[in-house]
Write a protein that binds this ligand. Structure first.
Ligand code: NAD
Length: 510
């Protein structure tokens, strides 16, 4: 039994943190949504949910706020996000700790998630002075052609349990500087961190002074309330993060009403370890990528192709790391791997391991650790040596399972690497330039993220984040992802005294 789990009164600490963060007790003490912590499995709050009628009102209010906010100059909008970043710096420890309690992330990852929020605020503040379009050469004399970018409207954000605060901030920081209002439906598994973000944002709003009411609001509830957001004609963009199953439901509904979507869905990320790889570096990157966050990152490393010439040098060391890694309370700094979110996650892990064994997999780890809490699911991460890539390797199981396969031919490894539905993140470990460039090239990795000599997880906010195929094709965060949050107009201005038509068309009326 891991005694670290029992050291802390989680329920009391949660209430203290929420009070410090400025969340009204009435919003989490007598509601109808039971909120649990994966640390002990116990219920820590009862959060008030919204009805469909509430949701309509919230969206209406956001729409009104948008109509005012879009007229505020973008650098001034950036000032609000700058203040939000300051508040996050001040409350980083409390919010990070709450993330650990509600999502089960180890302390450095809980804090890291808040750091990511701060980073995106900084990025968005800079962006607020750079929302520029092109000036384009025109074929007509005395004309000028350019593009302008305008605010879009209410941006709906639907988020998953495993990044309970960062994903919202990626969307909200960009949406706000772009002149939009935001309505956020967090995961029903992590409503408390959402309430905390709302309270922190309210402090920034107060300091800012004259922002319209309703600029950023919460919609608490399960998928049914998310559907109201998805179906509302007043929401021109929904950014939805979660499983591919969710994306299959949400995507067509948005397409039906010609709304925009940013879909950030499941991943089944892989790495290739080549003969020339720096194995020490690869070992560390693989260990973090596969076991970190208890395998509950969208970018978690789930499949590993190891060249036969280095298999025996790498895999036994990896197995050792798997058997010795510390699993325990995410509220203590001693643990590297925290708990699974809940029982369905545990059941899914068991099912996948059973199927892998039936298909020839040899399993190291994967056992449940007894903490004395019937509803807390602490697992030894599992490394499964598979003879080939068959089910369940081809599907994402949101748990710490790494399938390891041996390869002899690079082309074959690349083919298997791409032969799954998801297309989020990927890595190659090699010191061979030809292999590295091939992996990054047009017939290499088919993922939205392709790395050389680093793992699949832990992306920085400066790059565009997202994946291809069943990962949904959306991009958020850095680079030019902001363009999805604005509408583009092409403007042509005639400052001549004639009216030449494009393509030399003549249309002379009397
Ligand atoms: P989930 O799909 O169960 O839920 C995600 C969110 O979608 C929740 O807020 C849920 O209430 C909502 N939802 C579900 N069905 C809906 C519907 N029909 N209409 C509207 N809203 C709906 O996912 P989860 O278990 O919370 O998170 C884990 C999954 O998320 C994994 O598959 C993981 O890979 C993925 N994920 C992807 C990214 C990414 O950026 N690609 C990031 C984090 C997590």
């Amino acid at each position: 039994m891991d005694s670290s789990v029992n050291k802390i009164d989680v329920k009391r600490e949660t209430a203290e943190l929420l009070e410090k963060l400025g969340v009204e007790a009435s919003s989490y003490t007598s509601g109808d949504l039971a909120s649990f912590t994966p640390v002990t499995g116990e219920q820590i709050a009862s959060v008030k949910t919204h009805s469909a009628a509430d949701a309509e009102k919230i969206i209406d209010k956001a729409d009104e706020a948008f109509r005012q906010w879009r007229l505020v100059p973008a650098p001034k909008r950036g000032e609000l996000v700058r203040l939000f970043g300051e508040e996050l710096r001040q409350y980083k420890n409390e919010l990070g700790r709450l993330v650990s309690i509600e999502a089960g992330k180890i302390p450095s990852e809980g804090l890291g998630e808040v750091q990511e929020m701060i980073d995106i605020c900084d990025f968005a503040v800079g962006l607020s002075r750079q929302l520029y379009g092109l000036t384009i050469a025109t074929e007509r004399p005395g004309h000028r052609m350019m593009e302008t970018w305008h605010p879009l409207g209410v941006v709906g954000v639907i988020s998953a349990f495993n990044f309970p605060v960062a994903v919202w901030s990626w969307n909200a920081a960009l949406a706000l500087v772009c002149g939009n209002a935001v309505v956020w439906k967090p995961s029903e598994k992590t409503p408390l961190t959402a309430l905390a973000c709302d309270a922190i944002f309210a402090r920034a709003l107060k300091r800012f002074g004259d922002a319209p009411e309703g600029l950023s609001q919460l919609l608490i509830g399960d998928r049914a309330i998310g559907e109201v957001l998805v179906d509302s004609p007043k929401v021109p963009l929904v950014s939805a993060t979660g499983s591919t199953r969710m994306g299959r439901e949400v995507g067509p509904r948005l397409a039906k009403r010609f709304a925009r979507s940013i879909l950030e869905l499941g991943g089944n990320n892989a790495g290739i370890v080549c003969p020339s790889a720096d194995l020490d570096m690869a070992l560390r990157a693989i260990a973090f990528g596969a076991m970190g966050t208890a395998g509950q990152r969208c970018t978690t490393l789930r499949r590993l192709f190891v060249h036969e010439s280095v298999y025996d040098a790498l895999v036994p060391r990896l197995k050792k790391a798997y058997t010795s890694v510390s699993v325990g309370s995410p509220l203590e700094t001693s643990a590297l791997v925290g708990p699974l979110i809940d029982k369905p996650a545990f059941d899914n892990m068991q099912k996948a391991l059973k199927e892998a064994a039936a298909n020839g997999g040899i399993i190291t780890g994967g056992e449940r650790i007894d903490t004395g809490h019937a509803d807390a699911y602490y697992m030894k991460p599992a490394l499964v040596e598979m003879p080939k890539q068959v089910s369940p390797v081809t599907e994402e199981t949101f748990a710490p399972i790494l399938y390891v396969m041996k390869y002899s031919d690079f082309d074959e490894a690349l083919r298997d690497h791409n032969a799954v539905g998801a297309g989020l993140s990927s890595s190659i470990f090699t010191l061979n330039l030809q292999e590295a460039e091939r992996f990054l090239g047009p017939d290499g990795s088919d993922c939205g993220i392709a790395n050389v000599n680093i793992g699949t997880s832990g992306a920085e906010i400066g790059g565009a984040f997202g994946g291809e195929k069943e990962t949904g094709g959306g991009r958020e965060s850095g680079s030019d992802a902001w363009k999805a949050y604005m509408r583009r107009a092409t403007n042509t201005i005639n400052y001549s005294k004639a009216l030449p038509l494009a393509q030399g068309v003549s249309f002379d009326i009397e």
